[in-house]
Design a protein around this ligand. Structure first.
Ligand SMILES: C[S@@+](CC[C@H](N)C(=O)[O-])C[C@H]1O[C@@H](n2cnc3c(N)ncnc32)[C@H](O)[C@@H]1O
Length: 418
């Protein structure tokens, strides 16, 4: 995932509304879309891998060996053959730290919950010829673009469309490794028609999975207080109230349909920070993106899903790009590695130790090297945390994380949710 781009609560997707309307929900926000198409608001430092199958080269053009020939060649100590491969426009972040943290040694199943351009998946396949990979992505274009890699993998890779919040259900068999590289890909960011960026004007969309309510639905239909909450909590924009007011005033005259329209509107009320290259609309876009894709709720569900799916001794590695995401991963791993107590759902007011379902692999967050930042400035804010699954039974879900993923003001608003 990328800094300044969007990472993904408990409700996402679409549901039939009573009567002729169709209710689509995104994050904590609900919009009711009527049959005619109009949208009405309804408020409602880790060990090294013991046996690496071959060096991984993250530059475009790297091609991992198919299982059989590669397996044979590596056994005989011969170099791995490299051929032409389709350009991979997304540069994988923190890979040199992620692979050792996972300690890949086949045979076994690895789950890449954020397949994207396949950068991590290629590396997992190259790390050991006996490793199989299930690559998940909610973006159908990522799944389609990964088809050649499935062919190249010689049966070792399957791609699964869907959300990583349900990765255990999507994968359906125990895994030894789960990796998540949270956020959006360069392909998503750089394509104007996806509506993630204001650098090139495009429709105000921002949906990774091309379904549910878009950012345009959100800015044109959500209440001012909810917009302000989203922009403040998910975008960390101090001028959130002014931005929300400007949006609501503007939409009385005309709908806000494009990224350029929204960026200009925000720039009218948020001053650029002196000397900062960051566009004043960056934080607003981040907030909307997180809400549209329910990114933090997805992350909370994914951590629990990985906990259920991993075999004892299996490893989880999560790369995040901003403090909202990192705080969720940190608190989850801290609670699950026995350094926290949890209120009992059955005995309110009673706190008890949580079974240690994970043991830490990284001591604190691992960031990129200066060399990586120089090569890929988008890696600057990346943080890796990794842990090993113990044989403890899966504890109850950590409900406090839902609070971190939600909007504090939501419960107070009519029809709002936490
Ligand atoms: C930063 S990119 C991953 C890049 C990948 N590691 C690589 O090296 O090519 C993040 C990807 O995760 C996907 N994604 C984000 N949230 C998701 C979710 N909740 N479920 C499944 N995929 C998701 C995005 O569509 C995007 O393709």
């Amino acid at each position: 995932m990328l800094p300044g781009s969007i990472p993904s609560a408990a409700i996402y997707g679409s549901a039939e509304a009573p009567g002729s309307g169709r209710a689509v929900s995104c994050a904590r926000f609900r919009v009711r879309r009527h049959a005619a198409g109009s949208v009405l608001s309804s408020r409602a430092a880790a060990p090294r891998p013991r046996r690496a199958a071959g060096p991984y080269d993250p530059t475009p053009g790297f091609r991992f060996p198919s299982a059989k020939p590669f397996f044979a060649a590596s056994r005989r100590g011969r170099p791995v053959s490299r051929g032409a491969a389709p350009a991979a426009p997304h540069v994988p972040v923190l890979l040199e730290a992620v692979l050792p943290a996972l300690a890949i040694e086949g045979p076994g199943l690895a789950v890449d919950g954020t397949f994207g351009a396949g950068g991590y998946t290629r590396a997992l396949l190259a790390a050991d010829p006996e490793v199989r990979v299930a690559g998940i992505d909610r973006d159908p274009t990522a799944i389609t673009a990964g088809a050649p890699l499935v062919t190249e993998s010689g049966g070792r890779l399957r791609l699964v469309p869907g959300r990583f919040g349900e990765l255990d259900r999507l994968v359906g068999e125990p895994a030894r490794w789960v990796v998540l590289d949270i956020g959006v890909s360069s392909m998503q960011l750089d394509r104007a028609e996806r509506g993630f960026s204001f650098r090139n004007d495009g429709p105000l969309d921002m949906r990774m999975s091309a379904e549910g309510a878009s950012a345009a639905d959100l800015v044109n239909e959500a209440e001012e207080a909810e917009l302000a909450d989203i922009i403040f909590h998910y975008g960390e924009e101090r001028r959130s109230r002014a931005v929300a007011r400007a949006i609501v005033e503007h939409r009385r005259r005309e709908r806000i349909e494009t990224t350029a329209q929204l960026a200009a509107l925000v720039a009218g009320v948020v001053r650029p920070e002196p000397g900062s290259p960051i566009h004043p609309a960056t934080r607003t876009f981040q907030g909307l993106r997180i809400a549209v894709n329910d990114e933090l709720g997805e992350l909370v569900r994914a951590l629990h899903a990985a906990e259920r799916l991993l075999e004892p001794g299996g490893r989880l590695a999560v790369v995040t790009f901003h403090s909202l995401e990192d705080r969720i991963v940190k608190q989850f791993l801290s609670a699950r590695s026995g350094r926290a107590v949890q209120a009992s759902r059955h005995m309110p007011g009673v706190e008890r130790p949580v079974p240690k379902s994970f043991r830490p692999v990284t001591k604190g967050p691992v960031g990129p090297s200066e060399a990586e930042i120089a090569q890929n400035p988008r890696a600057r804010s990346a943080k890796l945390r990794a842990a090993e699954r113990t044989d403890a039974p899966t504890p109850e879900p950590l409900t406090s994380l839902e609070t971190l993923a939600g909007l504090p003001g939501a419960a107070a608003r009519p029809g709002g949710r936490r």
